[in-house]
Design a protein around this ligand. Structure first.
Ligand code: PLP
Length: 397
């Protein structure tokens, strides 16, 4: 019998976190007190001043009409002022900034805006799974971009054969990184821009965690690289920095040709975000960022507790400078999935096996710090009680 579902969609792997959700539900039904350190979304609330602005805008009926396709002027100007203040980067709100319905939407739509079926895209390995699946859905070919685990997961361009450099039309980068929590200095972006210019590859830097940083570290923007606008765009989101995941608001900035192409795709699919949400997000971006600092202080405290717990069971991880993830090697004797399963069985704590983020994620696991601190404390307690010597799938002696 024929199916109503396209071959393309039939071939799609189930979205990682929906699979984990099912497992979680099953365990909870069995009465297990599950602590989910798998979810990559903040548990903290959206700051009040943003909610207040939303409520105010909701009372103005002129906000109930369609937004302009590219988003409202106030939001795009707020993004421009954020780039000026944060990075010393000048952007034209009309041609170089686009409102997104969350950056995930932008990732999915920029691919068909840049490639034709059969064209190749360089996807960080390990990396956020949406780059891979969205490229697949657009009929593109995914090529793993090797990252150096020994050097902050910087891309290793020298490992790409000339035929791949020739063929690739776009490349994703993501720092601070999900799942790796890797951060970089501007030199990594300089190298990427130079490589991309040489081979005429469009660069998409995903800066979803650009503001989630610790210990005075300031994550650079790729647009700070001289001439980056000739080749690159950057995605930003209010989801992680201002705890606004459900609001669905983000932006694309940079190369005006790519921005126009993305806007063209989007205008045939959506009509931008609800105006009150754009205006409340503009309020966030033009604020003093005190709320972001407060969030980061909470993540930092959780991070230090969890690193200490891992250390007590023999897993040593260098303290990350950004994101709310810990990316750690699994103890010897386990694969990523075996370790995640063992931790879930022994402690009721969900962690994400690294191989779900690409082949090079094998041998690692990801912990998300985005659960309430009391729950994290409980998870820390349970992890500390794990006796790896006893539970290890020991080879026969
Ligand atoms: C969460 C996340 C996104 C998606 O963010 P939205 O703006 O909420 O769509 C994009 N990229 C990475 C790496 C993420 O972790």
């Amino acid at each position: 019998m024929s199916s109503f579902v396209s071959k393309r969609v039939q071939g799609l792997p189930p979205y990682l976190f929906s699979v984990i959700d099912e497992k979680k539900k099953r365990l909870q039904e069995e009465g297990v007190d599950v602590i989910d350190l798998g979810i990559g979304a903040p548990d903290l609330p959206t700051p009040n001043f943003i909610v207040d602005r939303l409520i105010k805008e909701l009372q103005d009926p002129s906000n109930f009409k369609y937004s302009g396709y590219a988003g409202c002027q106030e939001f795009r100007e707020a993004v421009a002022s954020f780039y000026k203040q944060q990075y010393e980067v000048d952007l034209d709100p009309t041609t170089e900034i686009l409102t997104l319905v969350g950056s995930k939407e932008g990732i999915a739509h920029v691919i068909p805006a840049m490639i034709d079926p059969g064209d190749a895209a360089l996807i960080p390995d390990p990396g956020y799974p949406v780059y891979r699946t969205a490229t697949y859905l657009a009929g593109g070919q995914c090529i793993d971009l090797p990252l150096d685990a020994q050097d902050h997961y910087r891309p290793i361009f020298s490992q790409l054969p000339p035929s791949v450099c020739e063929k690739a039309k776009l490349m994703f980068l993501n720092y601070p990184g999900n799942p790796t929590a890797a951060t970089v200095e501007l030199d990594v972006f300089e190298e990427a821009v130079a490589f991309a210019k040489k081979h005429q590859i469009g660069v998409i830097h995903d800066s979803a965690y650009g503001l989630v940083t610790f210990d005075q570290f300031k994550a650079p923007s790729i647009l700070q690289v001289e001439g980056a606008k000739e080749i690159a765009i950057e995605f930003g989101s209010l989801s992680k920095s201002f705890n606004m995941t459900g609001w669905r608001i983000g932006y694309a900035v940079g190369n005006s040709e790519i921005i126009r192409a993305l806007s063209n795709v989007k205008s045939n699919i959506d009509t931008s975000q609800f105006l009150p949400i754009q205006k409340a997000a503009a309020e966030a971006l033009t604020s003093d960022y005190h709320a972001v600092e407060q969030n980061n202080a909470i993540y930092n405290e959780r991070l230090e507790k969890m690193l200490e717990a891992l250390k007590s069971i023999g897993i040593h991880v260098e303290k990350p400078r950004g994101s709310f993830f810990i990316w750690a090697p699994v103890p010897s004797g386990f694969s990523s999935s075996q370790f995640a399963e063992m931790v879930l069985e022994e402690t009721g704590v969900i962690i994400t096996p690294g191989n779900s983020f690409g082949p090079s994620g094998e041998g690692y696991f990801r912990i998300s710090l985005s659960v309430p601190t009391e729950r994290l404390d409980e998870a820390v307690k349970r992890i500390k009680s794990l006796n790896l010597e006893v539970t290890k799938h020991a080879p026969n002696h």
